[in-house]
Design a protein around this ligand. Structure first.
Ligand SMILES: Cc1cc2nc3c(=O)[nH]c(=O)nc-3n(C[C@H](O)[C@H](O)[C@H](O)COP(=O)(O)OP(=O)(O)OC[C@H]3O[C@@H](n4cnc5c(N)ncnc54)[C@H](O)[C@@H]3O)c2cc1C
Length: 401
């Protein structure tokens, strides 16, 4: 098992880290207090510089202008970009586009590649992923109720979705809808590409999350599909293959999330250490760093973040070597454990910052609000723990039978 970082990747990581420190993290003030339009313009300027450095969309295949990085390298990059909420957007690797690009790359027809994939990789358009519904349990998506019924050459789509992240301003949605209600549960649904300009695609609101509706990429849309008509040629892959393709999207996607969360954890940790060193708490100049309780928090978090990082790199290595299916246990384990490590790092850092930690003067409160969801999306903690625990117990039972 070799986690050695190649020379090429070390150079890329150095360039990316310097760019994050010099150009991206300084934009956070505008994100936290400023005007969304000004922020968008500043992000656009930074994206131009990233393209000039030939680092745009590095996770995408070379023929689409990316660097064709494997899972392990992309994971390392995701960690570096995760140190700011703006990192992935500035480098063109943000969710949900990154996951949509992967499945389009694997399943799109020639026509779909030209219409949807190429401009998406180029950053000319954005996309969203529209599966979860308010009225059915997202944890068991075979329950989903949105339908796509054939009529002539078209599908006519009806249903209600929410948490269609980044629908606001997206050019198209990758929609999950039931195309054959009589098929076995995992073959009932298909993925269908729905341009958001199609009549009947109604973005009714950006759902307010922890006090913020957000806008554009940073939003979670509620979408009502009402007699929304798209050609049957917009189905992605085979009809009935929706769950199989969703599964492909989720495995690697969880590595991207975990490495991004490690970026958050390590920045929150660095901020915590800097604050502890700087904050004077006694007349003779002692700082928070002189208190044993803080030293223990630092040591414990350091050990936890190191462990989470190795666990995630190992899962990425497993995917690179053996494919996502073989890495199921590793992926389930990191999904819940790294999410909790990241949240603990943010929470502990806030604690060390005192009142400053809950203000919007630092990025910590942004993460506290927006990253709580890490324990819910892409499989809630309990769902991953149940499936991992069940698999381990079954294997053990077979081995000892
Ligand atoms: C910030 C954010 C962004 C999102 N982005 C998208 C997106 O872009 N596209 C999209 O389609 N969806 C998106 N989602 C939705 C997400 O995928 C769902 O919230 C998730 O699948 C859980 O579904 P649910 O909310 O319906 O919860 P439910 O299925 O109702 O589950 C609620 C809770 O019940 C518990 N639970 C569920 N099942 C079990 C079980 N088997 N055993 C034990 N406990 C269980 C868990 O604690 C879970 O949190 C997003 C969600 C959030 C919060």
């Amino acid at each position: 098992m070799d986690f050695e970082i190649s020379e090429k990747m070390s150079t890329i990581l150095e360039m990316v880290t310097a760019f994050m420190d010099d150009e991206v993290i300084p934009l956070e003030g505008e994100m936290l207090h400023g005007d969304p339009a000004t922020l968008q313009a500043l992000v656009g300027d930074a994206q131009v510089k990233v393209r000039q450095m030939d680092l745009w969309a590095p996770n995408h295949p070379v023929e689409f202008g990316g660097l064709g990085l494997g899972m392990l390298d992309h994971g390392l990059l995701s960690e570096a970009l995760g140190r700011s909420p703006l990192g992935h957007v500035v480098f063109g690797t943000q969710a949900p586009d990154a996951g949509n690009i992967e499945i389009l790359h694997a399943h799109a027809t020639e026509e779909q590649r030209e219409r949807f994939l190429r401009p998406l990789v180029a950053g000319e358009i954005r996309s969203c992923f529209s599966m979860t519904e308010p009225e059915t349990a997202g944890s068991n998506p075979v329950l989903l109720a949105t339908t796509a019924v054939k009529d002539g050459d078209d599908y006519v789509i009806n249903g209600q979705k929410w948490f269609t992240s980044s629908a606001d301003g997206a050019d198209f949605a990758v929609l999950m809808a039931v195309t054959d209600p009589d098929a076995p549960p995992h073959q009932r649904a298909s993925m269908i590409l729905v341009p958001t300009a199609t009549p009947g695609f109604n973005l009714v609101r950006n759902v307010s999350v922890m006090g913020h509706e957000g806008s554009g990429h940073a939003s979670h849309g509620e979408v009502i599909y009402q007699d929304c008509r798209v050609p049957q040629s917009n189905v992605l892959g085979r009809e009935g293959a929706g769950f199989a393709i969703a599964q492909e999207r989720l495995g690697p996607g969880r590595i991207h999330h975990c490495m991004r969360w490690l970026g958050i954890a390590s920045r929150a940790f660095d901020m915590m250490c800097d604050r502890a060193n700087a904050r004077v708490i006694s007349l003779d100049g002692e700082t928070l760093a002189d208190r044993q309780v803080i030293q223990h928090w630092v040591a414990e978090l350091d050990a936890e973040i190191r462990g989470a990082r190795l666990q995630t790199l190992h899962a990425a290595w497993m995917i690179d070597q053996h494919g996502a299916k073989e890495a199921r246990d590793e992926i389930s384990a990191i999904k819940f454990s790294v999410a909790n490590t990241m949240l603990k790092a943010v929470d502990t850092s806030i604690q060390v910052h005192g009142a400053l930690g809950v203000t919007d003067d630092t990025v910590l409160s942004h993460w506290y609000r927006h990253e709580r969801a890490a324990r819910i999306y892409d499989g809630a903690d309990e769902v991953h723990k149940t499936s991992l625990g069940r698999r381990i117990l079954r294997r053990r039972a077979t081995a000892t039978a």
